[in-house]
Design a protein around this ligand. Structure first.
Ligand SMILES: [Zn+2]
Length: 268
């Protein structure tokens, strides 16, 4: 099944629900970063969570999630846009989740930092939503990695109470969430995002949209040139004198860019 994301409203429009199947894009991230199974699971959960959260923000914003802990993995940094594209990279820090909403063109940057609830990512994102938006939410994200390290199934869901949600609706959903199989199990069973939403919310569900999602990086030759320019004339001249070329690797997607002598000279 191709990677997809579905958005819906439930219980008469008082509950927001999103679900995503992300197997292919998590596998692509694993391949690019050559991650070990535990890191693959963390990266895949963070990617899926970012994608779900990005789908709840304005279309002219980009969402950046940074999980930092003091465990061996240290940190995960992921970016997502509401139209379903993702970037990933490694980062480091200690015991916090930093959420940034970055305007794509002009506007205000929102940044909030909350302590990690569990480091399991799903619960951490639900904790962030409760603190930042005062809205109870449940977030489930999961990745199933095969013995050979490949990603077999990945996906997740997000349910959030909107103004006017009744206690009864929230109780019903909490009960359904509790009895639901893990997101990676649901994906392994072949459920689509809208199937997952039906399991989560029940029959009182109106599907808003379902669309493809994919891995894509914002890096480009032009952005690499801008980064090299930012190093300054002296630094560029010293690279020219020493190596005659510059090799730059994008930390988000591992794409390598090689700038030869004539390109570097044209920057000067
Ligand atoms: Zn890149």
């Amino acid at each position: 099944m191709a990677d997809r994301l579905a958005r819906a409203l439930g219980h008469g429009g008082t509950v927001r629900a999103l679900a995503a199947v992300t197997t292919d894009l998590v596998e692509e991230a694993r391949r690019r970063h050559d991650t070990a199974p535990t890191a693959t699971a963390a990266l895949g959960r963070a990617l899926t969570g970012a994608l779900l959260l990005a789908s709840t923000i304005k279309r002219d914003e980009r969402l950046s999630l940074e999980f930092s802990g003091d465990g061996p993995l240290r940190g995960v940094l992921v970016d997502a846009t509401p139209d379903g594209k993702l970037d990933v990279g490694g980062a480091l820090g200690r015991g916090v989740l930093c959420v940034m909403r970055v305007p794509i063109t002009a506007g205000t940057l929102y940044r909030s930092v909350v302590p990690l609830e569990s480091g399991e990512i799903g619960a951490d994102l639900a904790g962030y939503l409760l603190k930042s938006e005062q809205a109870p939410a449940a977030v489930g994200v999961g990745v199933f990695v095969a013995v050979d390290g490949q990603v077999v199934a990945a996906g997740g869901y997000l349910v959030q109470a909107l103004p006017g949600a009744s206690e009864r609706a929230l109780d019903t959903i909490a009960e359904r969430v509790e009895h639901l199989a893990s997101p990676s199990q649901l994906v392994r069973e072949g459920l689509s995002p809208s199937d997952i939403l039906r399991r989560l919310v029940g029959d009182d569900l109106s599907l808003l949209e379902e669309h493809d999602v994919r891995f894509r990086c914002r890096c480009s030759r032009e952005r690499v040139a801008v980064a090299i320019l930012a190093m300054g004339r002296q630094e560029i001249e010293s690279v020219l004198a020493d190596d005659r070329r510059a090799e730059v690797t994008c930390e988000f997607c591992t794409q390598r860019y090689l700038l030869e002598e004539d390109e570097l000279r044209s920057l000067l």
